[in-house]
Design a protein. Structure first.
Length: 354
Protein backbone atom coordinates (compact mmCIF):
# COMPACT_ATOMS: atom_id res chain seq x y z
CA UNK A 1 0.00 0.00 0.00
CA UNK A 2 1.30 3.44 -0.83
CA UNK A 3 2.36 5.61 2.04
CA UNK A 4 0.31 8.72 2.82
CA UNK A 5 3.30 10.89 1.96
CA UNK A 6 3.65 9.28 -1.49
CA UNK A 7 -0.04 9.80 -2.26
CA UNK A 8 0.12 13.46 -1.20
CA UNK A 9 3.20 14.00 -3.39
CA UNK A 10 1.37 12.57 -6.40
CA UNK A 11 -1.57 14.89 -5.70
CA UNK A 12 0.69 17.95 -5.56
CA UNK A 13 2.04 17.17 -9.01
CA UNK A 14 -1.34 16.64 -10.66
CA UNK A 15 -2.58 20.26 -10.62
CA UNK A 16 0.65 21.49 -12.28
CA UNK A 17 0.17 19.07 -15.12
CA UNK A 18 -3.47 19.97 -15.62
CA UNK A 19 -2.63 23.68 -15.82
CA UNK A 20 0.16 23.24 -18.35
CA UNK A 21 -1.93 20.93 -20.49
CA UNK A 22 -4.79 23.42 -20.66
CA UNK A 23 -2.30 26.17 -21.45
CA UNK A 24 -1.10 24.13 -24.41
CA UNK A 25 -4.50 24.59 -26.02
CA UNK A 26 -4.78 28.28 -25.17
CA UNK A 27 -1.28 29.05 -26.39
CA UNK A 28 -1.88 27.40 -29.76
CA UNK A 29 -4.79 29.80 -30.25
CA UNK A 30 -2.69 32.79 -29.17
CA UNK A 31 0.06 31.94 -31.66
CA UNK A 32 -2.24 32.46 -34.62
CA UNK A 33 -3.31 35.88 -33.39
CA UNK A 34 0.25 37.13 -33.29
CA UNK A 35 1.21 35.71 -36.67
CA UNK A 36 0.71 38.94 -38.57
CA UNK A 37 3.38 40.65 -36.47
CA UNK A 38 5.97 37.98 -35.97
CA UNK A 39 5.53 35.63 -38.91
CA UNK A 40 9.05 34.26 -39.18
CA UNK A 41 9.49 33.83 -35.43
CA UNK A 42 6.20 32.00 -35.10
CA UNK A 43 6.81 29.87 -38.18
CA UNK A 44 10.09 28.67 -36.68
CA UNK A 45 8.31 27.94 -33.41
CA UNK A 46 5.60 25.93 -35.18
CA UNK A 47 8.20 23.98 -37.11
CA UNK A 48 10.04 23.13 -33.88
CA UNK A 49 6.97 21.76 -32.10
CA UNK A 50 5.49 19.97 -35.12
CA UNK A 51 6.28 16.37 -36.06
CA UNK A 52 5.60 17.06 -39.77
CA UNK A 53 9.31 16.57 -40.59
CA UNK A 54 9.34 13.03 -39.19
CA UNK A 55 10.73 10.16 -41.25
CA UNK A 56 7.28 8.83 -42.13
CA UNK A 57 4.85 11.77 -42.20
CA UNK A 58 1.24 10.66 -41.90
CA UNK A 59 -1.43 11.32 -44.49
CA UNK A 60 -3.22 14.42 -43.23
CA UNK A 61 -5.81 14.70 -46.00
CA UNK A 62 -8.76 13.80 -43.79
CA UNK A 63 -7.68 16.13 -40.99
CA UNK A 64 -7.04 18.94 -43.48
CA UNK A 65 -10.56 18.56 -44.87
CA UNK A 66 -12.04 18.50 -41.37
CA UNK A 67 -10.34 21.78 -40.49
CA UNK A 68 -11.12 23.37 -43.87
CA UNK A 69 -14.81 22.54 -43.44
CA UNK A 70 -14.76 23.86 -39.85
CA UNK A 71 -15.96 20.58 -38.40
CA UNK A 72 -15.36 19.81 -34.71
CA UNK A 73 -11.92 18.40 -33.93
CA UNK A 74 -10.39 16.55 -30.98
CA UNK A 75 -6.91 16.68 -29.47
CA UNK A 76 -5.30 14.15 -27.13
CA UNK A 77 -2.94 16.01 -24.81
CA UNK A 78 -0.33 14.09 -22.85
CA UNK A 79 1.91 15.11 -20.02
CA UNK A 80 4.99 12.89 -20.10
CA UNK A 81 7.18 12.28 -17.08
CA UNK A 82 10.95 12.24 -17.44
CA UNK A 83 11.99 9.18 -15.49
CA UNK A 84 15.72 9.33 -16.08
CA UNK A 85 16.16 7.11 -19.11
CA UNK A 86 13.31 4.69 -18.35
CA UNK A 87 10.10 4.42 -20.37
CA UNK A 88 8.05 7.59 -20.29
CA UNK A 89 4.52 7.23 -18.97
CA UNK A 90 1.65 9.49 -19.90
CA UNK A 91 1.34 10.85 -16.40
CA UNK A 92 -1.50 13.14 -17.43
CA UNK A 93 -3.99 12.54 -20.24
CA UNK A 94 -6.58 15.03 -21.40
CA UNK A 95 -8.87 15.15 -24.41
CA UNK A 96 -10.18 18.42 -25.81
CA UNK A 97 -13.00 18.58 -28.32
CA UNK A 98 -13.34 21.91 -30.13
CA UNK A 99 -16.54 22.95 -31.88
CA UNK A 100 -16.04 26.17 -33.89
CA UNK A 101 -19.74 26.65 -34.63
CA UNK A 102 -20.70 26.42 -30.97
CA UNK A 103 -17.52 28.34 -30.08
CA UNK A 104 -16.78 25.99 -27.20
CA UNK A 105 -14.24 23.49 -25.90
CA UNK A 106 -14.99 20.38 -23.85
CA UNK A 107 -12.04 19.22 -21.79
CA UNK A 108 -11.90 15.87 -19.97
CA UNK A 109 -9.09 14.49 -17.83
CA UNK A 110 -8.44 10.75 -17.72
CA UNK A 111 -6.89 9.93 -14.34
CA UNK A 112 -3.52 8.24 -14.80
CA UNK A 113 -4.39 5.54 -12.24
CA UNK A 114 -7.61 4.50 -14.00
CA UNK A 115 -7.81 0.71 -14.01
CA UNK A 116 -8.09 -0.76 -17.51
CA UNK A 117 -7.54 -4.03 -19.34
CA UNK A 118 -4.93 -3.83 -22.08
CA UNK A 119 -6.41 -4.35 -25.56
CA UNK A 120 -6.44 -7.93 -26.78
CA UNK A 121 -5.34 -9.29 -23.39
CA UNK A 122 -6.68 -9.98 -19.91
CA UNK A 123 -3.84 -7.98 -18.34
CA UNK A 124 -4.89 -5.38 -15.79
CA UNK A 125 -2.97 -2.12 -15.92
CA UNK A 126 -3.25 1.56 -15.17
CA UNK A 127 -4.11 3.90 -18.01
CA UNK A 128 -0.69 5.54 -17.95
CA UNK A 129 0.94 2.22 -18.91
CA UNK A 130 -0.65 2.20 -22.37
CA UNK A 131 1.72 4.79 -23.85
CA UNK A 132 5.05 3.08 -23.02
CA UNK A 133 3.66 -0.28 -24.19
CA UNK A 134 1.87 0.72 -27.40
CA UNK A 135 3.25 4.16 -28.25
CA UNK A 136 1.31 7.27 -29.19
CA UNK A 137 -0.70 5.67 -31.99
CA UNK A 138 -1.70 2.74 -29.78
CA UNK A 139 -2.73 5.13 -27.03
CA UNK A 140 -4.79 7.19 -29.46
CA UNK A 141 -6.62 4.04 -30.58
CA UNK A 142 -7.24 3.08 -26.97
CA UNK A 143 -8.56 6.52 -26.03
CA UNK A 144 -10.86 6.44 -29.06
CA UNK A 145 -12.35 3.18 -27.75
CA UNK A 146 -12.49 4.48 -24.20
CA UNK A 147 -14.27 7.75 -24.95
CA UNK A 148 -16.05 6.57 -28.13
CA UNK A 149 -14.85 9.49 -30.26
CA UNK A 150 -12.26 9.87 -33.03
CA UNK A 151 -8.98 11.53 -32.03
CA UNK A 152 -7.73 13.84 -34.78
CA UNK A 153 -4.53 15.17 -33.23
CA UNK A 154 -2.20 14.71 -30.30
CA UNK A 155 0.20 16.91 -28.38
CA UNK A 156 2.76 15.91 -25.77
CA UNK A 157 4.12 18.20 -23.10
CA UNK A 158 6.69 18.07 -20.34
CA UNK A 159 6.12 20.05 -17.16
CA UNK A 160 9.14 22.28 -16.85
CA UNK A 161 7.76 25.42 -18.42
CA UNK A 162 5.06 26.80 -16.10
CA UNK A 163 7.34 28.96 -13.97
CA UNK A 164 9.30 30.13 -17.00
CA UNK A 165 6.11 30.96 -18.90
CA UNK A 166 4.65 33.06 -16.08
CA UNK A 167 7.96 34.90 -15.78
CA UNK A 168 8.13 35.35 -19.57
CA UNK A 169 4.82 37.25 -19.61
CA UNK A 170 5.96 39.43 -16.71
CA UNK A 171 3.90 37.72 -14.02
CA UNK A 172 0.15 37.34 -13.51
CA UNK A 173 -2.34 39.26 -11.38
CA UNK A 174 -4.65 37.37 -9.01
CA UNK A 175 -7.13 38.31 -6.29
CA UNK A 176 -6.66 35.98 -3.33
CA UNK A 177 -9.52 35.68 -0.82
CA UNK A 178 -7.17 34.48 1.92
CA UNK A 179 -3.53 34.71 2.98
CA UNK A 180 -1.31 31.68 3.41
CA UNK A 181 2.21 30.30 3.12
CA UNK A 182 3.13 27.27 1.04
CA UNK A 183 6.24 25.36 0.01
CA UNK A 184 8.07 26.22 -3.21
CA UNK A 185 8.97 23.97 -6.15
CA UNK A 186 12.01 22.72 -4.22
CA UNK A 187 9.63 21.72 -1.38
CA UNK A 188 11.07 24.27 1.07
CA UNK A 189 8.34 24.70 3.64
CA UNK A 190 6.60 28.11 3.93
CA UNK A 191 8.96 29.57 1.31
CA UNK A 192 6.11 31.31 -0.55
CA UNK A 193 3.86 33.87 1.11
CA UNK A 194 0.55 34.83 -0.47
CA UNK A 195 -1.30 37.90 0.81
CA UNK A 196 -5.03 38.45 0.80
CA UNK A 197 -6.22 40.70 -2.04
CA UNK A 198 -4.98 41.72 -5.47
CA UNK A 199 -1.31 41.04 -6.18
CA UNK A 200 1.12 40.21 -8.99
CA UNK A 201 2.81 36.81 -8.82
CA UNK A 202 5.99 35.64 -10.51
CA UNK A 203 6.27 32.08 -11.75
CA UNK A 204 7.35 30.52 -8.45
CA UNK A 205 4.60 32.27 -6.49
CA UNK A 206 2.00 31.39 -9.11
CA UNK A 207 2.98 27.76 -8.69
CA UNK A 208 2.52 27.98 -4.92
CA UNK A 209 -0.74 29.92 -5.22
CA UNK A 210 -2.34 27.24 -7.35
CA UNK A 211 -1.12 24.26 -5.37
CA UNK A 212 -2.25 25.06 -1.81
CA UNK A 213 -5.24 23.08 -0.51
CA UNK A 214 -4.91 22.25 3.20
CA UNK A 215 -5.28 25.84 4.40
CA UNK A 216 -8.30 26.55 2.23
CA UNK A 217 -11.62 25.98 4.05
CA UNK A 218 -13.11 24.94 0.71
CA UNK A 219 -10.50 22.22 0.30
CA UNK A 220 -9.99 21.00 -3.23
CA UNK A 221 -12.84 23.14 -4.55
CA UNK A 222 -10.91 26.23 -3.48
CA UNK A 223 -7.74 24.97 -5.11
CA UNK A 224 -9.56 24.20 -8.36
CA UNK A 225 -10.91 27.76 -8.38
CA UNK A 226 -7.41 29.18 -7.92
CA UNK A 227 -6.11 26.95 -10.69
CA UNK A 228 -8.76 28.30 -13.05
CA UNK A 229 -7.82 31.82 -11.98
CA UNK A 230 -4.15 31.16 -12.78
CA UNK A 231 -5.04 29.65 -16.16
CA UNK A 232 -7.29 32.58 -17.08
CA UNK A 233 -4.78 35.18 -15.90
CA UNK A 234 -1.96 33.55 -17.84
CA UNK A 235 -4.13 33.20 -20.96
CA UNK A 236 -5.00 36.90 -20.74
CA UNK A 237 -1.34 37.80 -20.54
CA UNK A 238 -0.39 35.55 -23.45
CA UNK A 239 -3.16 37.07 -25.57
CA UNK A 240 -2.39 40.68 -24.63
CA UNK A 241 -0.76 43.14 -27.01
CA UNK A 242 1.94 43.67 -24.38
CA UNK A 243 2.99 40.04 -24.74
CA UNK A 244 3.18 40.31 -28.52
CA UNK A 245 6.12 42.68 -28.13
CA UNK A 246 7.80 40.13 -25.84
CA UNK A 247 6.82 37.03 -27.76
CA UNK A 248 10.31 35.55 -28.24
CA UNK A 249 10.85 34.56 -24.57
CA UNK A 250 7.25 33.35 -24.39
CA UNK A 251 7.76 31.03 -27.35
CA UNK A 252 11.12 29.96 -25.94
CA UNK A 253 9.39 28.95 -22.70
CA UNK A 254 6.82 26.89 -24.60
CA UNK A 255 8.91 25.32 -27.36
CA UNK A 256 11.00 22.82 -25.33
CA UNK A 257 7.88 21.54 -23.60
CA UNK A 258 5.48 21.00 -26.49
CA UNK A 259 5.34 18.58 -29.44
CA UNK A 260 2.42 17.79 -31.75
CA UNK A 261 1.53 15.83 -34.88
CA UNK A 262 -0.30 18.87 -36.24
CA UNK A 263 1.47 20.45 -39.17
CA UNK A 264 2.39 24.11 -38.92
CA UNK A 265 -0.32 24.90 -41.48
CA UNK A 266 -2.91 22.99 -39.46
CA UNK A 267 -1.93 24.84 -36.29
CA UNK A 268 -2.28 28.17 -38.07
CA UNK A 269 -5.65 27.17 -39.51
CA UNK A 270 -6.96 26.08 -36.12
CA UNK A 271 -5.59 29.24 -34.50
CA UNK A 272 -7.29 31.40 -37.14
CA UNK A 273 -10.65 29.64 -37.38
CA UNK A 274 -11.19 27.90 -34.03
CA UNK A 275 -9.72 30.48 -31.63
CA UNK A 276 -13.06 31.89 -30.46
CA UNK A 277 -13.81 28.53 -28.85
CA UNK A 278 -10.99 29.14 -26.34
CA UNK A 279 -13.18 31.70 -24.59
CA UNK A 280 -15.64 28.98 -23.53
CA UNK A 281 -13.89 25.96 -21.99
CA UNK A 282 -15.91 23.45 -19.99
CA UNK A 283 -13.94 20.96 -17.90
CA UNK A 284 -15.46 17.58 -17.11
CA UNK A 285 -14.22 15.49 -14.20
CA UNK A 286 -14.28 11.71 -14.29
CA UNK A 287 -15.88 10.97 -10.94
CA UNK A 288 -15.27 7.60 -9.38
CA UNK A 289 -13.82 5.77 -6.40
CA UNK A 290 -10.26 5.05 -5.33
CA UNK A 291 -9.21 1.57 -4.29
CA UNK A 292 -6.28 -0.79 -3.99
CA UNK A 293 -6.37 -3.69 -6.46
CA UNK A 294 -4.02 -6.64 -6.83
CA UNK A 295 -2.34 -6.48 -10.25
CA UNK A 296 -0.58 -9.76 -11.16
CA UNK A 297 2.00 -8.10 -13.41
CA UNK A 298 3.48 -6.32 -10.39
CA UNK A 299 2.54 -9.00 -7.85
CA UNK A 300 1.14 -6.41 -5.46
CA UNK A 301 -1.85 -4.25 -4.68
CA UNK A 302 -1.71 -0.86 -6.35
CA UNK A 303 -3.70 2.31 -5.94
CA UNK A 304 -6.22 2.60 -8.79
CA UNK A 305 -9.11 4.80 -9.87
CA UNK A 306 -12.44 3.26 -10.87
CA UNK A 307 -14.68 5.69 -12.78
CA UNK A 308 -18.39 5.48 -12.16
CA UNK A 309 -20.09 3.82 -15.10
CA UNK A 310 -22.78 6.49 -15.23
CA UNK A 311 -20.20 9.29 -15.23
CA UNK A 312 -18.14 7.72 -18.01
CA UNK A 313 -21.25 7.17 -20.14
CA UNK A 314 -22.27 10.79 -19.65
CA UNK A 315 -18.82 12.00 -20.70
CA UNK A 316 -18.89 9.79 -23.80
CA UNK A 317 -22.30 11.06 -24.85
CA UNK A 318 -21.38 14.69 -24.13
CA UNK A 319 -18.22 14.51 -26.22
CA UNK A 320 -20.00 12.75 -29.09
CA UNK A 321 -22.73 15.38 -29.11
CA UNK A 322 -20.13 18.15 -29.01
CA UNK A 323 -18.40 16.59 -32.02
CA UNK A 324 -21.77 16.24 -33.79
CA UNK A 325 -21.58 12.43 -33.88
CA UNK A 326 -24.47 9.97 -33.68
CA UNK A 327 -25.48 8.78 -30.18
CA UNK A 328 -23.99 5.54 -28.92
CA UNK A 329 -25.94 2.33 -29.40
CA UNK A 330 -26.31 -0.41 -26.81
CA UNK A 331 -23.98 -3.39 -26.81
CA UNK A 332 -20.66 -1.60 -27.36
CA UNK A 333 -17.68 -3.63 -26.14
CA UNK A 334 -15.52 -2.00 -23.49
CA UNK A 335 -11.79 -2.09 -22.85
CA UNK A 336 -11.86 -0.59 -19.39
CA UNK A 337 -12.95 -1.14 -15.81
CA UNK A 338 -15.81 0.82 -14.25
CA UNK A 339 -18.06 0.47 -11.26
CA UNK A 340 -21.79 0.96 -11.04
CA UNK A 341 -23.15 3.97 -9.25
CA UNK A 342 -22.45 7.67 -9.16
CA UNK A 343 -20.82 10.46 -7.17
CA UNK A 344 -23.23 10.05 -4.26
CA UNK A 345 -22.50 6.37 -3.62
CA UNK A 346 -22.49 5.69 0.12
CA UNK A 347 -19.58 3.27 -0.20
CA UNK A 348 -17.25 5.76 -1.92
CA UNK A 349 -13.67 5.37 -0.76
CA UNK A 350 -12.34 8.12 1.49
CA UNK A 351 -9.16 8.38 -0.61
CA UNK A 352 -9.28 11.45 -2.79
CA UNK A 353 -8.02 11.52 -6.36
CA UNK A 354 -7.00 14.72 -8.06
Amino acid sequence: MRSERHIKKQKRKTWIKRIILILGILISFAVGTAAGYYGNLIQNFLTNISDEASEEPEDTTEQDETIADLHPISILILGLDDVGGGPQRSDTMMVATINPEQESVKLVSIPRDTLITLPGTDRLEKFNAVYPIYGIEGLKDFVEDYLRIPIHFHATLSFQGLVDLVDAVGGITVDSDLSFTVQDSEENMDAIEIEEGIQTLDGEKALGYARMRKQDPRGDFGRQERQREVIQALANEVLSLRSFTNIAPILNAISPNLSTNMSSQQIMSVASNYSSAAQNIESMEMSGVADYVYIPTYNQELYVWLPYEETLSTIQETLREHMELDPLTNGDDTLYETIEGGPNEEDEDDIEYE
